[in-house]
Design a protein around this ligand. Structure first.
Ligand SMILES: [Zn+2]
Length: 242
């Protein structure tokens, strides 16, 4: 069969959930649990008290990602955890800018910045990792957003899109080419991390049910659209081989 025909048939069989039929035609059946992490890294973005229930910038449903991430962890040799780690009086805090309220935005030197409630201040309990997160095999914690005048949603680059956090070098130095991104929040730190990882040349999956979004003025749908356009693959935790 011609490759294009085969792809079309596989696609339509897949759309109808007819993996078994495709298999019966001598083609590979669609296995739901097909993705093998290999030596990929699991990136756990900002699962900190500030973004969990009762935190200063709680993401709705944020706590629900913890059991999903804990379960995923056993399938990965490399795990990197990130923490939003701001100075007091940080540029991303509305309280730093006279007359501004949380969730408004302002123009800073490096571009437009959404202003947030004070959150994840260095060394506070609010900035600590969620206590139910169980990642004993995690090897690296990347802290970001610690420059007072600049935010960093991304675990790879600060908001000027120039200042590196060092994560790309760390992963490349260990021969890691693929990452699976989880954590909070989907439409900000997860999305920026995933897109910057693509820019740095990594294969990138975002595990949707291991993330939750803030969804500020449609930002969640936009983030998925932007991520997809950059080649980020959107999957569920059940798509990963156990
Ligand atoms: Zn922040």
């Amino acid at each position: 069969m011609h490759d294009t025909q085969r792809r079309t048939l596989l696609k339509s069989a897949g759309a109808l959930g007819l993996g078994a039929i495709a298999g019966g035609l001598g083609m590979p059946a669609f296995a739901a649990s097909a993705i093998k992490p290999g030596n990929a890294a699991l990136i756990v973005v900002d699962v900190q008290n500030c973004f969990l229930d009762g935190g200063t910038l709680a993401v709705k449903g944020g706590n629900e990602v913890i059991p999903v991430i804990n379960k995923l962890a056993s399938g990965f040799e490399s795990i990197v955890v990130t923490q939003d780690w701001h100075t007091a009086g940080h540029a991303s805090f509305a309280s730093t800018h006279a007359g501004k309220k949380p969730f408004e935005s302002t123009k800073l030197k490096y571009g437009q910045q959404v202003l947030w409630p004070d959150h994840c201040v260095q060394g506070t309990d609010d900035a600590a990792l969620g206590k139910d997160l169980k990642l004993p095999t995690a090897q690296l914690i990347i802290r970001k957003g610690f420059h007072k005048d600049m935010d960093s949603y991304s675990a790879f680059e600060e908001a000027d899109h120039k200042t590196a956090t060092g994560l790309a070098g760390y992963l490349k130095g260990r021969g890691i080419k693929t990452i699976f991104v989880t954590g909070l929040a989907t439409d900000f730190c997860v999305a920026w991390t995933a897109m910057d990882a693509r820019k740095a040349g990594f294969n990138v999956y975002v595990i949707e049910d291991a993330t939750r979004g803030i969804d500020l003025n449609g930002s969640l749908a936009k983030a998925w659209k932007d991520m997809t356009a950059k080649g980020v693959k959107r999957i569920q935790s059940s798509d990963i081989a156990a």
